[in-house]
Design a protein around this ligand. Structure first.
Ligand code: V47
Length: 460
């Protein structure tokens, strides 16, 4: 997972921005990029050059692959004791749009063939800490194989005050209840100026970083985010990345970084959403500056599907997941669909020239989707699509022709860079028939597609 010394820059000539030439020279020498380089990337007019640089680093780290997880995002309540000026999701108890999910409603969402539950919500004024522990336990009981990515640093600190126990004890108890990893939300922008202007009541940079430091010391992997495209400056974005890089040097506990593009909603903070070009440059700057982060995620919910797909050529190597019903960006009027089918996910990755790999929450590689046989363009494959044969309870993804299960290989996504899709396909087993059982997360027997039918549909 460490930071590689240097990259192959032989393809990086003819850049039109001299500042990028200097970055190439640094990469060739195995030198770390600094704040000046970060600003040069964000300010560069050579968008293609920026993309080629970031892509060279991405391909050196994770080869031709792009990663995704079958997941569901659950936001159990939007009732929140604090009010952040950028947030359209939060409500106060009694508001028309305030909601609280019942345990039954939460569990309904996890009884699906998924590998990750992403659980975050408002800071509820009266729910006791024990209720959150019970939530994790109940999710585990309902779906014993699912991994739980839950609670931002902001929620962890809130629980610590609520239960009057230390951050360490909060984390110990959550892990005992079933927590696997922590998401990267709540970081916003590590700038006192932006903090004071937009989220005064929320923790600042130091506390956010400290809680992730403690999580890492306990072996809990976490993610990190940056909320960009509002009142922050390019300098503040770069400073944010530098602080994350410092902590990662110290702990090595971050799995991925996710730039979150601000959705305007009803906030009136800015007149327009950040452009696709700004989004791509921010992804590229993240990949280039965060040389110690294994993964950069293009979050399709906030970027939009098309820009997220393009970001896979601008330094990103992950599209998060299928998600189901996301509420935070939707409350802020994001127009992306409620969830993606796994087939749509594969489409976005293949159109970007990537080889899709399904992963779990800890980035263990589960299934490889080698390039399809000709005709190769996705739009030409409709007639042979086998999904119509798959009972709705099973995600259609598993019927994709030629999917190769890597589940017994114990391969992590960061191990994959040097292995070609062909080599991987040779080691794996076909993910039809027997492999369907692996998706039977509840222990009940799901209907399966007889391999012979899937086979004959696939070859029609
Ligand atoms: O913490 C709130 C942000 C975050 C808006 O770790 C907004 O894998 C944009 O953290 N426009 C929650 N963003 C989402 C999040 C996340 C998402 C996907 C993957 C992971 C991960 C983490 O959303 C909040 C806040 O920073 N947010 N309002 C808005 N209007």
């Amino acid at each position: 997972m460490g930071s590689p010394a240097s990259i192959d820059t032989s393809g990086l000539r003819n850049l039109t921005d001299p500042a990028l030439e200097q970055i190439v020279a640094k990469l060739e020498a195995g030198e770390r990029l600094d704040r000046v380089d970060g600003l040069a990337i964000l300010n560069s007019q050579d968008l293609i050059g920026v993309g080629r640089l970031a892509n060279a680093v991405k391909e050196m780290r994770s080869g031709p692959y792009a990663f995704f997880v079958l997941n569901r995002q659950i936001n159990p309540t939007n009732i929140c004791v604090i009010s952040c000026k950028f947030c359209d999701f939060a409500a106060k108890a009694g508001d028309d749009d305030a909601y609280e999910m019942t345990m039954g409603e939460i569990l309904e969402k996890v009884r699906e063939p998924i590998h990750e539950v992403h659980l975050v919500g408002g800071l509820h004024p009266t729910w006791p800490f024990e209720y959150y522990e019970e939530m994790l336990r109940a999710i585990r009981r309902a779906n014993p194989t699912v991994q739980i990515k839950a609670f931002t640093a902001v929620e962890i600190e809130f629980f610590s005050k609520l239960a009057k126990i230390s951050i360490e004890d909060v984390l110990n108890r959550l892990v005992a209840a079933g927590l696997d990893t922590m998401p990267g939300g709540g970081a916003e922008v590590f700038s006192d100026r932006v903090h004071d202007a937009l989220y005064r009541e929320k923790m600042g940079a130091e506390q956010w970083l400290e809680i992730h430091r403690i999580a890492h010391s306990k072996g809990i992997p976490t993610n990190a985010t940056l909320l960009y495209g509002h009142i922050e400056t390019h300098e503040e974005r770069v400073e944010h990345l530098m602080l994350l890089r410092d902590l990662q040097d110290e702990t090595g506990g971050f799995l991925s970084f996710i730039p979150l593009e601000f959705q305007l909603g009803y906030t009136n903070l800015v007149a327009r959403q950040a452009s696709a070009l700004d989004g791509l440059k921010t992804i590229a700057a993240s990949r280039l500056l965060l040389d110690n982060f294994p993964h950069i995620k293009a979050y399709w919910v906030m970027l939009g599907e098309e820009t997220a797909s393009m970001a896979l050529q601008w330094g990103a190597d992950d599209l998060d997941g299928t998600i189901g019903e996301e509420k935070i960006a939707r409350a802020a009027l994001a127009s992306s669909p409620l969830g993606l089918t796994a087939h749509n996910m594969l489409k976005l990755m293949r159109e970007a020239g990537r080889v899709p790999v399904q992963r779990d929450a800890r980035y263990r590689a589960l299934t490889l989707f080698p390039p399809p046989p000709s005709p190769t363009h996705w739009s030409q494959r409709g007639a042979r699509d086998v999904t119509a044969m798959i009972p709705s309870k099973i995600d259609p993804m598993i019927a994709d022709t030629g999917a190769v299960s890597l589940e017994n290989e114990e391969l992590y996504s960061w191990d994959l860079a040097g292995i070609s899709p062909d080599q991987l396909a040779e080691r794996g087993t076909l993910a039809r028939g027997d492999a369907l059982a692996a998706y039977d997360a509840t222990g009940a027997s799901l209907p399966t597609v007889p391999p012979a039918i899937a086979e004959s549909e696939a070859s029609r």
